[in-house]
Design a protein around this ligand. Structure first.
Ligand SMILES: [Zn+2]
Length: 523
């Protein structure tokens, strides 16, 4: 996932359920139910295969500007590598092109209180004894914010009473009598950031400040979804409340400066189906192939892409009983730009093809150096994130049973749709997967169970230049690759535990109204 702003690091919740291996009892349920195929995919797929792919992705990044980001040669060569391997393994992969709006910040934003000298755009830049707020600490630029340098009076717009969420800036009437050229000050709540910014713009605001709602930490790591025509910055609730107070006391003038760029970008997904298996009950197993622009993305996410490729290369060994359901392997593009590839894939499917997808497996970061064996919380036992579609709990259980059977600990990983399974669960498609931790901090209990260092990030090189071949915990990756292979094999044989797919498919309900889009908050 792309981290443009400091935003809030994803620490696995304190309530993380750490499941230590209790017994080596042979698993009951689907593992036993499905007449096992001769071959055990987890044995066929070796860490040697995976490491060969990792080395190739690292070399591709090294010789293509140090990254494999969407829209770069590093990504396009990664696509060619995957396509080449798949063809060699007997697949007929499809390269699905898509276009999406991209956005980037060219230089650091400014948000400062001025002492009131100067009016409107450009004049009175930062004059007077104002207070400058710290970018990415007190405030951040909203994704898809427009560009501009505005110094003007700040006008609070229907801001709610202390501690309330309210509907600040959601209704047209909130802007009655709003001064053209002023800066609209609004609180996060109810409607999307995009609507608030649009309403402010329509009322003649030169810039918008949307501060976080009570109870939320730090600045908002949010998106406007589409390019906006005015600068939009998003401070923490504390800073926002301070500005409301200052504005109530009298004339508050501020400077808001953003320097951003947006346009259209093209990238691609690689999709490859097994030649056998039911086409009306498809197991989609995916991993994103792109990196962030800042580094080669070996843990994030060459580990997932390589694991999937190694499994795809061996799955052909399974016999008819083993491949009752078609398996569709997918390498998603532009995940770091906001789940663009997977969203395009799911949204472009016609409804009947979407109904034929039994479930989605997602693998994003399988080898964090200081990681844990995170299993997506499909049974919602953490009580956080999105409400998983029915069947997701069964997938979680399959991973847990497998690792328990090998005496390996597992950890609940928040099911919040912030990777490429997001677009699937938004259509009520059950999902599951593995992840080993990003910029969150390892707990003492986790360090006891997994080793490594408590109080340190799961991946100290998350989204950085140093996310290279050395930034992979091969032991953790090795066991996770086995988990990927084993559960993919289970589901290729039967998905009855997930969607009862014997004869008819149950009606689906979309997950609760999404809070996230493309990995960023929308409201
Ligand atoms: Zn990732």
């Amino acid at each position: 996932m792309r981290k443009l702003l400091s935003g809030s690091a994803v620490t696995l919740p304190a309530a993380t359920a750490l499941i230590l291996a209790l017994s080596a009892m042979p698993p009951a349920g689907p593992a036993a139910a499905a007449a096992p195929s001769e071959d055990d995919l987890a044995d066929l797929v070796t860490i040697k295969d995976v490491r060969r792919h990792l080395a190739a992705f690292a070399e591709i990044a090294e010789y293509n500007g140090g990254n494999r980001a969407a829209g770069t040669p590093g990504y396009d060569v990664s696509v060619k590598y995957v396509v080449g391997r798949l063809r060699k393994a007997g697949f007929s992969p499809t390269v699905q092109k898509f276009t999406y709006p991209y956005w980037l910040e060219r230089s650091d934003p400014v948000m400062a209180r001025t002492s009131g000298k100067g009016k409107g755009k450009g004049k009175g830049k930062g004059g007077g004894k104002g207070k400058a707020y710290e970018a990415n600490l007190d405030f951040a630029t909203m994704m898809y914010s427009g560009s501009g340098d505005v110094t003007a009076r700040v006008i609070p717009v229907d801001v709610p009473a202390k501690g309330k969420e309210g509907t600040s800036g959601c209704e047209k009437k909130d802007f009655k009598g709003f001064d053209k050229g002023a800066i609209a000050l609004m609180q996060r709540g109810k409607c999307t950031f995009e609507l608030k910014a649009k309403r402010a713009r329509a009322a003649g605001a030169a810039a918008a400040i949307i501060y976080n709602k009570p109870g939320e930490d730090g600045p908002i790591s949010g998106t406007l979804g589409n390019p906006a025509k005015l600068p939009v910055v998003a401070p923490s609730h504390e800073v926002g409340a301070e500005l409301v107070k200052a504005a109530a006391k009298g004339k508050l003038t501020m400077r808001v400066k953003t320097d951003t760029e947006h346009g259209k970008q093209t990238s691609s997904n690689v999709v490859a189906d097994t030649g056998r298996g039911r086409a009306d009950n498809v197991v989609v197993a995916g991993a994103h192939l792109d990196s962030v622009p800042d580094g080669p993305g070996i843990n994030d996410n060459a580990t997932g892409a390589a694991a999937l490729l190694a499994v795809a290369e061996e799955i052909g060994e399974l016999d008819a009983a083993g491949l009752r359901n078609r398996v569709r392997f997918a390498w998603w593009g532009a995940e770091e730009e906001g789940l663009r590839g997977s969203t395009h894939y799911v949204e472009e499917l016609d409804p009947s093809d979407r109904r034929h997808i039994a479930l989605n497996l997602n693998f994003d970061m399988l080898g964090s150096p200081n990681g844990v064996r995170g299993v997506y919380d499909g049974d919602h036992s953490l009580g956080m994130g999105a409400t998983p579609p029915a069947g997701s709990a069964a997938i979680e259980k399959m991973f847990r049973e497998y690792f328990e059977g090998r005496g390996l600990p597992t950890t609940d990983y928040i099911f919040n749709g912030r990777s490429d399974y997001g677009p699937f669960i938004e259509h009520g498609i059950p999902a599951g997967g593995l992840a080993t931790g990003a910029d969150g901090v390892k707990t003492a209990a986790e360090a006891k169970a997994y080793g490594g260092r408590a109080g340190k990030a799961y991946d100290p090189c998350y989204h950085q230049k140093c996310d290279g071949p050395k930034n992979v915990n091969t032991k953790l990756l090795d066991t996770n690759v086995d988990g990927v292979a084993h559960v993919t094999q289970l589901l290729a044989a039967s998905t009855v535990a997930v969607n009862g797919a014997a004869r008819t498919l149950p009606a689906r309900r979309a997950a609760a109204a999404p809070m996230w889009s493309g990995g960023h908050l929308v409201r």
